[in-house]
Design a binder for this molecule. Structure first.
Ligand code: 5GP
Ligand code: ZN
Length: 110
């Protein structure tokens, strides 16, 4: 999708620190990390948020990618977050899963 920063990252039109890629997803370091490990896993196909995700292959690919990224990094304890909508903290309207690790994480989140 035009003017979508994560589509541009997926297409390599703008740089990012890629940590993983497969046919359907890419994963890269968050620009503004909230933990020692803060990775974003995104589908290559544009979905504005989880509300728009209507493709089971992409759903499956995203969770497989999270497993592959954490395995690759040797991380067994981590938090996954999907912010959906502005009031939930979503700022980039291309579906993404945050992977956070490397420090104790509080619950409930702020
Ligand atoms: P959200 O708030 O939508 O759940 O998460 C968006 C995340 O994308 C934020 O953690 C933010 O730091 C990250 N982000 C925004 N723009 C860029 C960018 O251009 N490159 C990278 N690597 N991360 C970005
Ligand atoms: Zn997009």
């Amino acid at each position: 999708m035009e003017n979508c920063i994560f589509c541009k990252i997926a297409n390599k039109e703008i740089p990012s620190t890629l940590v993983y890629e497969d046919d359907a997803t890419v994963a890269f370091n968050d620009l503004n990390p909230q933990a020692p490990v803060h990775i974003l896993v995104i589908p290559k196909k544009h979905f504005a948020s989880l509300n728009e995700l209507n493709d089971k292959n992409t759903m499956s690919a995203l969770f497989t990618a999270v497993q592959n990224v954490t395995k690759k990094l040797g991380i067994t304890e981590y938090r996954t977050v999907i912010n959906t909508g502005e009031s939930a903290g979503q700022t980039v309207f291309h579906l993404h899963i945050h992977i956070l690790a490397g420090r104790p994480l509080l619950w409930p989140p702020g």
